[in-house]
Design a protein around this ligand. Structure first.
Ligand code: URA
Length: 327
């Protein structure tokens, strides 16, 4: 089947569609020995010999979609020049696998990994507004005006950083906040909270669209179900509402044995701890740190959304808007 070259390259995990377009226009891609510089050019991945920088494109591998609960101390790249541990050390060695966006080395929480470039593009593009939910421990307790500022947006180093939702989960000397964002700018949560005078001491991503970290301990991963993949790339997937989570009442036992990409026997050695879980709402208390001392009752009371918790619906950004930095 003939498809646009950039789509073929993205699906093969060579590059995002946009990066593939650049590679094509730079004359780095050839089809059947002919250099192609027109990004719209079509080819057949099965029939044609497609090369990028001289290397033959492999037949597209079966797509793999993993959800990892990244622990602190791991960088979200395929390779780190500084030889620090990377998220790739935590998942099976699937050809072409890469992290979708990134979390800071000190941030814990949900990170998708895939070998499907088009999926990654779709999930990270701000146009599709896939919500990411974070729990952040901040210095002191933000007041109502500060929360409102976060909703309205704060200009930081030229970027307008804004949250879709924010609420206080717990407030003692310092506070735990739950923030929902959809843009994915670099260090956006830390920069935003620092800018309003509440620097972050701990940060976790606990939700991506319909996915939650429930049941996935730091360092564990699982495969996405087909309906979760669909939920993320479906046009409506970007509008999955991150419903206020129910408080945790009791731990859920593992439902199925670890899930591994087909044919990857080596996975069993290093990833026995991984567990297949059902998709579910995230529950903040599942991710509570050991210094989180208050009772479930208290935190569930605190989690009740305050009036005006949500920002009013905003207009969709126009189609074709250039991509921004993504997380
Ligand atoms: N925002 C941040 O500041 N850091 C992350 O790791 C993710 C979002």
């Amino acid at each position: 089947m003939e498809e646009r070259l950039q789509k073929i390259l993205a699906r093969a995990g060579v590059a995002s569609r946009r990066a593939a377009e650049v590679a094509i226009s730079q004359g780095r891609v050839s089809v059947n020995g002919q250099t192609v510089t027109e990004p719209g050019t079509k080819a057949d991945a099965e029939r044609d010999e497609i090369r990028v920088d001289g290397a033959r494109l492999q037949a597209p591998a079966a797509p793999v979609y993993l959800l990892l609960n990244k622990p602190k101390g791991y960088v979200s790249t395929r390779q780190d020049p500084g030889r620090r541990p990377t998220v790739m050390d935590l998942v099976p060695p699937v050809a072409g696998l890469f992290p979708v966006g990134r979390l800071d080395i000190t941030t814990e929480g949900l990170l998708l990994l895939t070998n499907d470039g088009a999926f990654a593009e779709r999930v990270t593009h701000p146009r599709y507004e896939v919500p990411r939910v974070y729990h952040a421990k901040v210095h002191k307790i933000p007041d109502a005006d500060t929360l409102e500022r976060l909703r309205r947006g704060v200009r930081v180093e030229g970027d307008l950083l804004t949250v879709d939702r924010v609420r206080v989960l717990e407030a003692e000397k310092n506070a735990w906040l739950e923030l929902t964002l959809h843009e994915g700018k670099k260090h956006e949560v830390r920069r935003l909270l620092e800018a309003v005078g509440h620097p972050v001491s701990k940060l976790r991503r606990v939700g991506i669209g319909p996915l939650s970290s429930r049941g996935l301990k730091p360092g564990e991963f699982r495969s996405l179900t087909p309906s979760e993949v669909k939920g993320l790339i479906d046009p409506k997937g970007g509008h999955v509402k991150t419903v206020a989570p129910a408080p945790a009442r009791r731990p859920h036992p593992p439902r199925r044995p670890p899930n591994r990409p087909q044919g990857d026997k080596s996975a069993s050695r290093d990833h026995r701890a991984s567990r297949e879980r059902r998709p579910s709402d995230h529950r903040p208390s599942d991710h509570r740190p050991s210094d989180h001392r208050s009772s479930d009752k208290r935190s569930s009371d605190n989690r009740r959304p305050a009036a005006g918790d949500r920002r009013p619906p905003r207009g969709r950004p126009p189609r074709g808007r250039p991509p921004r930095g993504r997380t």
